[in-house]
Structure formats: C-alpha cells, structure tokens
Ligand binder design. Structure first.
Ligand code: P6P
Length: 331
C-alpha cells in the first residue's frame, strides 16, 4: 500500500496525512540530498522553532504590552521596538544552540556574530521586519537566508559577502492571524501555515508558482518624485492599463501576496538590505518562476555585497511584469 490511508477519513473531510514542516524537511533531504549529513535539516528545524517562539510572543504582545519602543536603537539607527529586541534575541539563541550555525548577520546587530563550536552554515536575517507596524496590529515578519560556509572557512565575513545565488536556503515567516512560512532550499517554493493547536507548520501550498503576468503593482507611490524618470513613465503606462495598486508597507506581506497572486513589487530607492531582505526574496521569486532585479535590470542574486548592511533597489514578481517594467530602462 504505497499511497496514504485516507479513504474513510476523506469522506469525513478529515485530513489524516498532513505534511508538517519537520516531515517535509526530512523527506526533502531523503529525496533530493540522500547523501547529506542532515545538518541543513537540523538548521531548518532550529529556524522553525525560532519562528514558532516569535509567533507566540507576537500573539501575546498586545496582552503583555510587548508593543511599543524598547528605547534602544539598532545598527542602522532605527528606534527598536520591544519585539525587535525580543525577536533578535530569540533568533540568536536558536541559531547558537543549534550548533549548526557558525556565522549570523542580523539587521539588529552592527557586526556579524561568530558563534563558538563547529557550525557549518551562515545565516542572514531580519528578525522582525516591519516592526513599525507592530503597534497598529499589522503583520510583521522574519526574513532569512542561509549560506554554507566556504570550503576550509572557520567562519567569518567572507562567508556572507557572496552573491545571493550561493544561498542554499531562504524564506520568510509572516506573523498575522496565523503564521505563514515560505521556504526554498533550491528545489521550488513551499508554503506552510502554523497550526497553533498542533504547534506545527503544515504544508498548505506545495510547489508554489507565480503566474507570468498579473495587473497588480506594489510600491510606495508617496516617494514617486524620488524615482528615476523612466520608473515614473512605467507607472504612468501601467495606470493607463488599469493596474491595481496594493501596498502594505511590509516587504514580507507585499512579497507574500505577490507569490500567491502574481504582480510586481518594487522599492526603487535605497532602503531594503541586500543580505537579509533582497537576496532571500529574490531566491524565492526565481524558485517560484518569477524574477528579481535592480531598477537598472541587474539580477539581484548576482550582486556581490561589500558590507553586511548594504542596500539595493529591487523590482520583483511575475516574470512578464518584471520584463515589462525593464522596457523603460534607458539603454
Ligand atoms: P516604506 C518595513 O519597514 C520595510 O523595511 C519593508 O518591510 C517594507 O517593504 C519597507 O520598509 C516599507 O518602506 O518607506 O514604504 O514605509
């Protein structure tokens, strides 16, 4: 009997063969990397614990007054929200205790962290992206990207100042009414939803693919006078075609909608960070059949960062929509 046993339960509309993230990670290791050491699987499980714990604290936030500012500032001078600090500490502790992570880059930390012990991976993260939304009860998210340490490396900055195409895993978790996790390990994109009763992420959208075109555009038009002329021309053209504007102001949420519905998301000026915002989202997009470029049309995943907090412009989404926008780039 090879397939699932569910003939009776199906009639009762009960799924008795759910795929948890833990099961998915192990199955993927057995199928696509049978000779793997299992260290990436252990790292992904440490990541999912961090997401569950952050989700738990965000759900409690309004109850135990974890919203509001912490009074400190992060590496880039942003006023830190209490959940920023808690999310960062949860993430650091989960990565350190996994014993699989050697190097950690966090938006909340000025310098990269090198853990003692023998981890063989480097993780880049924005532990709580969009924290300014927290007080308004709007979704926030965690974004992550994973590099395998370079051959012979004992763990240092050279393990993360590399093109995003060398990442071996990436994704995000969006915390809202429930938590949604998008993950790629280079074999497509899968979406999981946290079942808080079960305490497990459940596979809800296997092998997600974007439609090639969709008339939705997503960017902060409030800054349009700062965009290059050709970007403003592009916006004029798509408005004439009746495109809908959807902009939440949280990269994780705007990218999540783009993954599910298609369309185009852009941040044409320099705000989003290469290592822990642009690279992970670009990897997800390409793995889901979309694309991700700078406003000049350079592939995001080919960028070679010079600093761990480098920024880049970004245009991502349905391949046909990104290509349409690039027709406006001056030759
Ligand atoms: P703006 C959130 O603060 C964030 O870093 C991203 O998640 C989001 O895409 C962007 O900034 C929103 O920026 O300038 O439109 O508020």
């Amino acid at each position: 009997m090879s397939g699932p046993v569910n003939s009776v339960s199906k009639q009762m509309n009960v799924d008795t063969d759910i795929i948890t993230l833990t099961r998915f990670i192990l199955q993927e290791q057995q199928t696509v990397a049978p000779t793997a050491t299992g260290e990436l699987s252990l790292l992904l499980n440490a990541l999912q614990f961090a997401f569950k714990f952050i989700a738990h604290n965000i759900r409690r936030a309004e109850l135990v007054n974890l919203i509001g500012v912490s009074g400190s500032a992060n590496s880039t001078g942003d006023v830190q929200k209490k959940l920023d600090v808690i999310g960062d500490e949860i993430f650091i502790n989960a990565m350190r205790s996994s014993n699989n992570v050697k190097v950690l880059v966090s938006e909340e930390q000025e310098d990269l962290i090198v853990f003692p012990g023998g981890g063989t991976y480097a993780v880049c993260t924005d532990p709580i992206d969009g924290s300014s939304n927290i007080d308004a009860g709007v979704s926030v998210g965690t974004i992550f990207g994973v590099y395998k340490l370079q051959e012979g490396s004992t763990g240092g900055i050279s393990d993360v100042l590399r093109p995003g195409k060398e990442m071996v895993a990436a994704g995000y978790t969006m915390y809202g009414a429930s938590a949604h996790l998008a993950l790629t390990t280079g074999h497509g994109v899968n979406l999981f939803t946290l079942d808080t009763q079960l305490g497990e992420f459940i596979l809800t959208h296997p092998n997600l693919k974007l439609p090639d075109t969709k008339n939705i555009y997503s960017l902060n038009e409030g800054y349009s006078n700062k965009f290059p002329e050709y970007v403003q021309d592009y916006l004029k053209d798509i408005k004439k075609e009746g495109y809908s504007l959807r902009y939440i102001g949280l990269m994780v949420a705007d990218v999540h909608r783009t993954l599910l519905y298609g369309g185009i998301f852009a941040y044409p000026t320099l705000k989003l960070r290469v290592l822990y915002e642009c690279f992970p989202m670009a990897l997800l997009m390409e793995q889901a059949g979309g694309s991700a470029v700078t406003i000049k049309g350079e592939r995001i995943l080919d960028i070679l960062p010079k600093g761990i907090h480098d920024k880049s412009s970004i245009v991502l989404g349905s391949k046909g929509e990104v290509e349409k926008s690039l027709k406006h780039v001056p030759k």
